[in-house]
Design a protein around this ligand. Sequence first.
Ligand code: SF4
Length: 330
Amino acid sequence: MKRFEYSRANAPEQAAISASANNASFIAGGTNLLDLMKLEIETPTKLVDVTRLELAQVETTDDGGLRIGTLVTNSDLAANPEVIANYPVLSRTILAGATGQLRNKATTGGNFLQRTRCYYFYQTDSACNKRNPGSGCPAIDGENRTLAILGTSDACIAQHPSDMAVAMRLLDATIETVKADGSTRKINVKDFYCLPKDTPHIETVLESGELITHVVLPAPIKGMHTYDKVRDRASYAFALLSCAAVIDVDDKGHLATVRLAFGGIGTEPWRNEAVEALLVGTDGNDEVIKQAADLLLEEAKGSGQNDFKIPLTRRLFKQVIGRALAGKGA
Ligand code: SF4
């Protein structure tokens, strides 16, 4: 591991100023960052410890939503009574990720910033455009079984690894930040991630030293909340494919609300509102489901080993909607 400076911040603005120096990183749970530092994939010259900031509360907002401090641990957020009662899909996504020990350390803000688990990204003697821009992408013609089929580019096909962020995209969450100049901004999760295009090393719109302080959820959405995760092991494994859903069916058996977000198949948490609009008001018959799945997968591109994700997505898509129409939870 490379040597680095360490400082502890007492206020969010101070943390942002401290971390605005070249190649500084914030550290909270450190569950991904420390591994990356040990492998010298990330080599910050300075770590700014934000764990003492007063950002570990969950509060209700005036419009009935929730404002979650960035330091709320994954375990605490999953077990929060408001989350369990009103945003069960969020609790389920968190509990589907990692292990109890990791969830006890990992924080809400940090979860959004997890790096991909593409094998080549962690194999420092291989090329990788994300780790070493311009060096190439061996995954496209190599080991790509776990990688993305949507949002990919000729430079990178790495999947986004987070479960929690899939629910945050589904729920239309907004990320609040503070910058080194003291200004703040609000970024919808929809606009937070960058597609890889020809700059896969740039993963979010965050600027140098910009600190996530809170995540705000709008008022709860009525309907059945489910999270399905397809993976190689029943626990402690990343998603090959996942689907977070909120679906409400009216008394005539028609889909009144449909929200669907996918993990494991996109270079970012994947949601397509046009697909949802196609389903709303219908009875979810086979033809409609096929049309909606066609639209979802219109630009899907397999790279060989991960081709199976395309038919697998179709099957899960049909299962999630069919189950909601039948009135059965996950
Ligand atoms: Fe690197 Fe992305 Fe290619 Fe994986 S898919 S080797 S992360 S450039």
